[in-house]
Design a protein around this ligand. Structure first.
Ligand code: ATP
Ligand code: MG
Length: 416
């Protein structure tokens, strides 16, 4: 039956993998907290305009990738393809301008209709951060440092490069656009079809075209950095200095862009060469004009988002399950006594496996399969004498222990 297959581009994340995902997400949250970020949880669907108006008519997401449907009430709804638009919408709807600056963390599923491949899914997960209300480069240093420390905690520091560029302020960008168009005009007949389309709508995006026909043209194009005015240059220098002081190394990638008008100054990506074509694990930038463009108060913003699936593919973090302790009634009639002991231990923070049926031998076999660290055996004699038999599953050593002293003996196995 077709419907028993997961929909193309979606996946069941089975426990082994789920543990890694959780670890990656928890690590992001933990590190974000150290920088004073708080979690915001926004809906996974919004009115379509929230995305179509903010991501721009010419972006890949809006032109090709949105999951949009009309709901039963006749509203046009889109499953969120990314987090920033929703956070900006939430900022406006909740009137949060009194609480600026805001440092927000989010996590959860995103949806894009794209061609599934390694590291590219139709439902995928992101963690992300946004700083609202800070126009200084200090916020840029802070969130890049946060990203860098997050990746460090995942043991990825040696696998990943930070690519950084500046788009300058509005004036600088307008000047640059004129220069770029002047240059590209000469190559009109050689550009790819996609790039030709972008020539009028969104010329900056041509800079990061992957099409080989465009590459050599783009490589010799004028660079944004040469069109920056004094303030924009200063902004970029301050950011670079800050990163250098923090020993965060980066590569100035002159063709790294975010194509939309509300993006300015900082654009960056953390990339790996170990993921094939889908090498970008974390990407972000400054979007000072976004909230204003959505109809909110003029509020600067900067943020990044990271793809959990790609990070999970890369990380070599331990993802072992915590080793449980088995409680084993040696006879089925001792089950209730075993249940009472198991429950008491669980309440006090231990991770307990209590099987449902089977002989002591079978239960012991299961305890081995479950990689239990210890087993507590409980039979008629033990119950009578208020003791248990505690077996170390690695050495096989057994000892009788008073039930009163059991927890003290198990303390080293406690889940904290
Ligand atoms: P790409 O160039 O890979 O399509 P993007 O520019 O569309 O990336 P962003 O919108 O910047 O990506 O999203 C931030 C991060 O989210 C990406 O760097 C990537 O790690 C992850 N990501 C984006 N799209 C997908 C997807 N379809 N499946 C899995 N992860 C994704
Ligand atoms: Mg994409």
């Amino acid at each position: 039956m077709e419907s028993l297959k997961p929909v193309r581009g979606t996946q069941d994340v089975l426990p082994q993998e789920s543990r890694i995902y959780r670890k990656v997400e928890e690590t992001a949250y933990k590190v974000a907290q150290r920088y004073g970020f708080d979690e915001i949880d926004i809906p996974i669907f919004e009115f379509s305009e929230v995305f179509s108006r903010t991501l721009g008519d010419s972006s890949d997401i809006v032109t090709k990738e949105m999951y949009t449907f009309v709901d039963k009430g006749g509203d046009t709804i889109t499953l969120r393809p990314e987090g920033t638009a929703g956070v900006a919408r939430a900022f406006i709807s909740n009137g949060l301008q009194q609480s600026l600056p805001l440092k927000l963390f989010y996590k959860g599923p995103m949806f894009r209709y794209e061609r599934p491949q390694k590291g590219r899914r139709r439902q995928f997960r992101q963690v992300g951060v946004e700083v609202l209300g800070v126009s200084s480069y200090q916020a840029d240093v802070e969130i890049i440092s946060l990203a860098s420390n997050f990746l460090k905690e995942l043991n990825l520091e040696n696998d990943i490069t930070l690519e950084l560029n500046t788009l300058g302020d509005n004036d600088s960008r307008q000047l640059y656009k004129v220069r770029l168009l002047d240059y590209l005009d000469k190559y009109k007949n050689e550009l790819s079809k996609d790039s030709l389309n972008r020539l009028r709508k969104n010329p900056l995006r041509i800079l990061d075209s992957k099409d080989p026909r465009d590459r050599s043209i783009v490589d010799n194009a004028p660079k944004i950095i040469d069109s920056l005015n004094h303030d924009s240059k200063q902004f970029f220098e301050n950011l670079c200095d800050g990163l250098e002081k923090l020993n965060i190394s980066f590569k100035h990638s002159t063709n790294l862009v975010r194509g939309l008008d509300y993006y300015c100054h900082t654009a960056f990506e953390f990339t790996s060469t170990n993921l094939g074509a889908q090498g970008t694990v974390l990407a972000g930038g400054r979007y000072d004009g976004l909230i204003n463009q959505m109809g909110g108060p003029n509020t600067p913003g900067i943020g990044w988002a990271a793809g959990i699936e790609r990070l999970a593919l890369l990380t070599k973090m331990e993802n072992k399950k915590i080793r449980p302790i088995a409680v084993i009634p040696t006879n089925q009639e001792n089950y209730i006594d075993a249940l009472v002991i198991a429950e008491k231990l669980r309440k006090n923070g231990f991770n307990i496996e209590l099987g449902y049926n089977g002989s002591a031998k079978k239960r012991m076999k299961k305890a081995n399969e479950n990689n239990c660290i210890a087993a507590i055996l409980l039979g008629k004699e033990e119950i009578k004498n208020n003791i248990v038999i505690l077996k170390d599953m690695d050495s096989g050593a057994q000892q009788e222990i008073s039930q009163l002293k059991l927890e003290k003996h198990l303390d080293m196995y406690k889940i904290i």
